[in-house]
Write a protein that binds this ligand. Structure first.
Ligand SMILES: Nc1ncnc2c1ncn2[C@@H]1O[C@H](COP(=O)(O)OP(=O)(O)OP(=O)(O)O)[C@@H](O)[C@H]1O
Ligand SMILES: [Mg+2]
Length: 250
């Protein structure tokens, strides 16, 4: 069997007295669609920040495609093919959708320079194809900051796709989006990732979304992975129902 795309070995991180990552051992295989669930403050974002270079663990190691990436910068980790989107989309709000994509593509090529017009340094077909993939082509000339929340999330994913990731970690891709629009958003995102053959890991609070789109679920409690496996097993696990999903009948 091929090696896992991402491996965490005994990862620990404390903020003062708060243990946000507690001896985390974890492997993700290429092709998986992992949903991470957990109450607020359980450590889901902290672990993403450690894997993507935004936080350095107190101890432990992270490997991406067999290469150790512990302590590397976010920029160098992205270049290796590990992309992420944020709980709050990181867009260039005063730029148009197309310009945001141009900035992202130029960053991928190490081509971001104040001396060179952005539009000259990137392939506009690739930008339009990617926008079409996430359903944003008709919005190409709109200001990123004026987009509705769901479209902002889609643009964040599209910008990450311009970096040609092998794995994308999405921190709450549906937060701030109305329940009516969440499914359509996830359907577009997951279809786009499948088409580009990108392995995915997403943090999600909505159990319906988790059941529909994940092939595997990992549940975080107090900085630890309390359950990890098939969605039906984890979502029916009594401890997870009680402590993560707030099911008072357990
Ligand atoms: N930079 C920081 N400095 C101090 N404490 C932090 C920092 N980042 C996170 N924490 C603490 O670490 C714990 C885990 O936080 P984290 O943001 O990882 O949780 P989360 O599972 O992503 O929660 P949410 O569902 O609210 O996004 C929390 O107690 C939080 O207050
Ligand atoms: Mg979080």
């Amino acid at each position: 069997m091929s090696q896992p795309i991402l491996v965490a070995k005994n990862v620990n991180l404390a903020f003062g007295g708060v243990v946000a990552a507690d001896h985390i051992n974890f492997e993700l295989n290429a092709g998986e669609r992992l949903a991470v669930i957990g109450q607020n403050g359980a450590g889901k974002t902290t672990f993403i920040n450690i894997c993507t270079g935004y936080l350095r663990p107190n101890s432990g190691q992270i490997f991406f495609n067999g290469q150790e990436i512990t302590g590397k910068t976010p920029r160098s980790i992205v270049r290796l093919g590990l992309g992420r989107s944020f709980q709050l989309p990181q867009l260039f709000v005063e730029h148009t959708v197309t310009q945001c994509m141009e900035i992202s593509a130029a960053a991928r090529m190490g081509n971001l320079s104040i001396l060179k017009p952005l539009s000259k340094s990137v392939n506009s077909n690739e930008i339009m194809e990617t926008l079409e993939l996430v359903g944003l082509k008709e919005h190409a000339n709109e200001l990123a900051g004026a987009l509705p929340e769901g479209h902002k999330k889609l643009l964040d994913v599209a910008m990450t796709l311009m970096l040609n990731p092998k794995l994308i970690i999405m921190d709450e891709p549906t937060s701030g989006v109305s329940s009516d629009d969440k499914h359509a958003l996830m359907a577009l995102v997951m279809q786009a990732l499948e088409e580009r053959k990108v392995t995915s890991w997403f943090v999600e609070h909505d159990v319906d979304i988790v059941s529909q789109y994940a092939t595997r679920v990992a549940a975080w409690i107090s900085g630890k992975i309390a359950a990890d496996g098939a969605p039906s097993d984890v979502l029916n696990n009594l401890q997870i129902r009680k402590e993560v999903l707030g099911d008072i009948s357990c």
